[in-house]
Design a protein around this ligand. Sequence first.
Ligand code: HEC
Length: 124
Amino acid sequence: MIKYLNIITLYILIIYISCASESFPGGKRVYTSNCESCHMEDGSGLPPMYPSLHNSTYLNSNLKELPCIILNGKQSQLIKNIIMPAHDFNDVELTNLINYMNVKWGTNQNILLKDVQKNMKNCK
Ligand code: HEC
């Protein structure tokens, strides 16, 4: 009996660890269905067409601009016919997405919902 309990405890622990190790699972879902096709699952992109998001200048120093870039999309600076499409996310989805990318590839600083809402007001 004790033996079975140990095995069950071990399973629960493994499941807990595998779930807890992924930060911002909501953001990951948004990323997977909207961004991965160009910027790749690991964020490495497909340069020069689609920029890598690893330690991207945008992630590290343009945190404030991120909401608008994601919502409005962006014209490629290098290739004329390539654009990143606009996205229609609500503020919670956007906050989760930005935090997911930050934890994975940026400076690991968390951004708050109220800051994202404030920065969304600057979008043209
Ligand atoms: C159709 C392909 C495509 C999709 C889908 C896409 N992007 Fe982009 N992304 C681009 C292109 C092209 C650029 C502009 C590159 C440049 O400035 O030269 C870009 C730029 C960016 C930048 C600025 C980084 C930099 O170095 O210029 C960020 C941040 C970004 N994308 C995040 C996202 C996120 C988050 C999503 C999902 C919500 C997403 N992208 C979806 C193609 C895409």
